[in-house]
Design a protein around this ligand. Structure first.
Ligand SMILES: Cc1cc2nc3c(=O)[nH]c(=O)nc-3n(C[C@H](O)[C@H](O)[C@H](O)COP(=O)(O)O)c2cc1C
Length: 136
């Protein structure tokens, strides 16, 4: 678990892959991101059906800003929309450097976070947006 006393920031966005991905491709990509996130103290999740993407990430100010710039300029996806950009007292996802789930596992993901009593504004917004992004 990543513990810290500094303020951390959270970012929630949605986007669309330019080239549709299989779940195996998305998982392999997310596993590589996860390894990198671990070294920068970034935690969060990525939900994708191979076309739509919803990613929520948390981290220290400079680490999150750096990653955010990279993700925003990444040509693998487009139509990126920020839904929440906020600061937090504690992480909602301290244990996951990047948990990747298909939309069908979404309920388990949120059940796990609710059980830990660590819902954040970004996570609540993710929950509200989920149907319009993945079930349209
Ligand atoms: C949908 C999506 C999500 C991404 N999430 C992460 C992430 O959580 N962590 C990460 O290091 N890179 C992520 N990336 C990749 C970055 O945009 C960037 O390519 C990567 O950080 C390598 O950048 P660098 O080679 O300039 O260091 C993501 C890319 C896409 C398209």
């Amino acid at each position: 678990m990543v513990e810290e006393t500094i303020q951390i920031n959270a970012w929630l966005y949605t986007s669309e892959f330019v080239v549709a991905q299989s779940w195996d491709e998305t998982k392999a990509m997310s596993d590589a991101f996860s390894a990198s996130n671990q070294s920068y103290g970034i935690t969060g999740f990525l939900i994708s059906d191979g076309h739509n993407v919803m990613q929520y990430i948390e981290g220290g100010d400079s680490e999150l800003s750096t990653l955010k710039s990279k993700i925003m300029s990444d040509a693998q996806h487009n139509r990126l929309t920020t839904h929440c950009n906020t600061s937090l007292k504690e992480r909602a996802y301290p244990d996951w450097s990047l948990k990747a789930v298909p939309p069908s596992d979404y309920e388990d993901l949120f059940t796990e976070i609710e059980a830990a009593n660590r819902m954040s504004l970004g996570v609540s917004i993710a929950r509200m947006l989920f149907d319009s992004i993945f079930e349209s």
